[in-house]
Design a protein around this ligand. Sequence first.
Ligand code: UD1
Length: 427
Amino acid sequence: MDRILIRGGNRLSGRLPISGAKNAALTLMPCALLTDEPVTLRNLPRLADVDGFGHLLNQLGASTSIEGTRPEDFGRVMTIRAGKLTSTEAPYDIVRKMRASILVLGPILARAGVATVSLPGGCAIGNRPIDLHLKALEAIGAEIEMAAGYVRASAPGGRLPGGRFSFPIVSVGATENVVMAAATARGTSVIENAAREPEIVDLCNCLVAMGAHIDGIGTERLEIEGVDRLHGATYAVMPDRIEAGSYACAAAITGGSLELVGVKAADMRATIDALVEAGVSVAETKDGIRVSADGRLRPLTLSTAPYPGFATDMQAQFMAMLCRADGASVLTETIFENRYMHVPELARMGADIQVRGRTAVVRGVDHMAGAQVMATDLRASMSLILAGLAAEGETQVSRVYHLDRGYERLEEKLQAVGADIERASDG
Ligand code: UD1
């Protein structure tokens, strides 16, 4: 298994390219199941989760081909052709490795009139039920049965009628599933309290490029008038606002200055506002944003919330950064119930963090020391990398496969801006 070795203390400086967004890629890829014409996605990040999703599409009978990109380039162009689905089932051995596999449920159901998907596994950051995915699909006409760890959904008469659903709590994945399923319904669907994350906007824009009729894009009320068929399209995946935020924290924690190239600042306002409040300077440039820090960071009080609030996917990275702030910060996690698994690992590096329920009090410390630490989930892993960049001595992060799910060529990008970081393989 691979490990990442970091010798901390270098200030990072230079230009760092931001990849296509993992979470957008994972909802754009299943859109290709909705049409028998090819869908080409540009700026697709090279990530284990994207490869895994491609494999799942292959199992369903779609072909995936990668074109015109050299190994040294960031991002890829993938064409997905789902001329005919040869299977309507997403099996356990794939779904358990990647929770986002649940996002094929809506598209397969819309295309084939029936879909069977194993209950998911994935990131260990809480219970993560899929009840809202199922309720939303039921509301637009799906019939749902559960048996032997699988969900079986069917559309009476082979096509969903459409309908109305108001989400009791905001769910990104469930919004994505129902929007994809509603795109080719017989009638109109209205989704209230829909998630408004930029990745949902990206999904809607891609569906519109494929011929869907969607009103209210970017708002909490989506109205989707079903169309008889969708056609192929070419679409570029949006930049990864979470990757960008993570590297912004890397600039801040090392007292460095990074230009994050390709970022859309408007998609990450809450992150930028929090950085600025912590005393980090963030300026928009022609190509993205420049994030610079010198001197001690200020402590923050932050609570995670659905977009446009402060993203839960940024909580762990901010916690690492605030370990070096001048005073006590208070972080509250409102989205997932078990998202502090990085805390004991950060403590091994000298952090002073107390967790009570959903709130963590982070007291800034003068020094952190390198240690052997273990990654537990994707964003938690990044918080350990950040702490390692600022710590004295060597940090070894094991279970790097978590990072490979969501950060394209992490060590290469960080080396290029001055970090002393490498990957070691134990064979
Ligand atoms: C997506 C993101 C993930 C991010 C999260 C919140 C992807 C692939 N993943 O995850 O990186 O951290 O949004 O921004 O895009 N819930 C239910 N029932 C459901 C679905 C969700 O109770 O059927 C709850 C969850 O347990 C959680 C909350 O709703 O407490 C929000 O989860 P949701 O927005 O659905 O997260 P994901 O789509 O899984």
